[in-house]
Write a protein that binds this ligand. Structure first.
Ligand SMILES: [Zn+2]
Length: 149
């Protein structure tokens, strides 16, 4: 079990279950390993995949309602917050899975002081952050989620 969620939000619950499934798939890690390199990181995709695979801290999913922030926010290895304001009808389950895995990558990163695999800043309007680990791995998870839903 990778996550715990104590609130009542159907969309987050559904997405969390799918995220759990994806994190148990060997193919998910193979896909990460197949990336040549991530931007803004000092370690290889294979090492990042291993960090994620072996992470055993159960991460708590919390919620926040905040118009000033994006989809979610992570600042600890133990929890992250999903902005429920951004869970409108147009936001599909695979997109929420993307967000959960993106934040999870941050949690794994926060767990280790020497290994770095985050993005440059919190803006990705022109796709300049697409090849950083959180964005790319979130994207990979979204693709898996589309086939699981
Ligand atoms: Zn991020």
């Amino acid at each position: 079990m990778r996550f715990k969620f104590y609130k009542r939000n159907k969309k987050i619950k559904q997405a969390m279950k799918i995220a759990e499934k994806i994190l148990a798939l060997d193919e998910f890690y193979s896909k990460i390993e197949s990336i040549t390199s991530f931007d803004n990181s000092n370690i290889s995709p294979a090492e990042i995949a291993e960090q994620i695979r072996s992470y055993r801290t159960v991460v708590i999913i919390r919620t926040i309602w905040n118009p000033r922030i994006g989809n979610a926010v992570a600042s600890s290895s133990k929890f992250f917050k999903i902005n429920t304001l951004r869970l409108g009808r147009k936001r599909t389950i695979p997109k929420v899975v993307n967000t959960i895995i993106h934040e999870y990558v941050h949690c794994v990163d926060f767990n280790n002081d020497t290994l770095e695999f985050t993005h440059f800043d919190n803006e990705n309007t022109n796709g300049e952050e697409d090849n950083t680990a959180p964005w790319k791995i979130g994207e990979i998870a979204e693709e898996f989620a589309e086939n699981l839903t």
